[in-house]
Write a protein that binds this ligand. Structure first.
Ligand SMILES: NC(=O)c1ccc[n+]([C@@H]2O[C@H](COP(=O)([O-])OP(=O)(O)OC[C@H]3O[C@@H](n4cnc5c(N)ncnc54)[C@H](OP(=O)(O)O)[C@@H]3O)[C@@H](O)[C@H]2O)c1
Length: 264
């Protein structure tokens, strides 16, 4: 019988989200792609449909527009049975706080925090109707500590980490499994790649290909792992960082991150 379940992926037009779309389709999952209008999602959907014989509906809208989010999600839930949500869409950046426009700060909070929480809340009752369902959330290694010149981004990812770890506990005993993924640096697009190269050797040590991160995150989520840190070097880095005093590691990491600014 044909699979009638769907995996909903936010930020599916590029980077890690696009890789999730390809991998899920290759695993015979139908995928619902969401990103801003004007990307290449329709051609991506056509390719996935042709290559893997799965259904790939596309929805182009701004996730930070709450009315639109509610309206689109209601319509999506009425048409498709979703048993897997991948909260991937997220933005960041590196600049001193006084060089960052208010709109930029607002867009990070709106997308990374607000829309992710609202979308998840809207979908939970629907996901719970399945015997088994999954939520994967893309946080970041940046969630583990504050970082100067990024400030709002790591704070937004710390929020995501805290929110979803709490949700995991609240939903334990149900068929809905919640996982949080903490990727290190990923060269997903030219802008991010320039920033990572700008940080030098230390940042590149934890670097993994986008395909590998998607593979590890999907495998871990479907195995119901609660916390997923892709890559041995990133897990080691996380363990070592826990041993250092906050003031020391804050200075150390922020000094490296500051080097990115000249490459932006
Ligand atoms: N790259 C890294 O080094 C790294 C490291 C750790 C964690 N992460 C996390 O991994 C996730 C994916 O990162 P990435 O580097 O793959 O990002 P990316 O290549 O910049 O892609 C971001 C995706 O989000 C979509 N998007 C942005 N704003 C949106 C909005 N307002 N409404 C709907 N969709 C929106 C984009 O759509 P359009 O293409 O249409 O704009 C795009 O599909 C993010 O949560 C990021 O924080 C990244």
């Amino acid at each position: 019988m044909q699979n009638r379940n769907y995996t909903l992926i936010t930020g599916a037009s590029s980077g890690l989200g696009k890789e999730f779309a390809v991998r899920c389709a290759a695993m015979s999952m139908n995928v619902i792609l969401i990103a801003l209008p004007g990307g290449n999602m329709h051609s991506l959907a056509d390719n996935l449909q042709q290559e893997y014989g799965v259904d790939v509906p596309v929805f182009e809208f701004d996730l930070t527009d709450t009315d639109r989010l509610k309206q689109q999600l209601t319509s999506i839930m009425a048409q498709y049975n979703i048993n897997f949500l991948i909260n991937n869409a997220g933005v960041g950046g590196t600049a001193s706080i006084t060089d960052t426009p208010l709109e930029k700060l607002d867009s990070i909070i709106q997308l990374n925090v607000r829309s992710t929480v609202l979308l998840t809340r809207l979908l939970i009752p629907h996901l719970l109707e399945n015997k088994e369902s999954y939520i994967m959330n893309i946080a970041s290694m940046a969630a583990f500590m504050p970082i100067a010149y990024k400030t709002v981004y790591p704070a937004s990812k710390a929020f995501i980490s805290s929110f979803f770890l709490g949700l995991q506990e609240e939903l334990s005993g149900t068929g809905l499994s919640v996982s949080v993924v903490y990727p290190g640096p990923i060269m997903t697009n030219s802008h991010t790649s320039r920033r990572i190269i700008g940080q030098g050797m230390k940042a590149r040590m934890g670097l993994l290909p986008t395909t590998e991160i998607a593979r590890i995150a999907l495998r871990g989520t479907l195995a119901k792992y609660r916390v997923i840190i892709p890559g041995f070097m990133n897990r080691l880095n996380h363990k070592l960082m826990q041993l250092l005093p906050l003031s020391f590691k804050l200075r150390l990491v922020s000094r490296e991150v500051k080097k990115e600014i000249q490459f932006i």
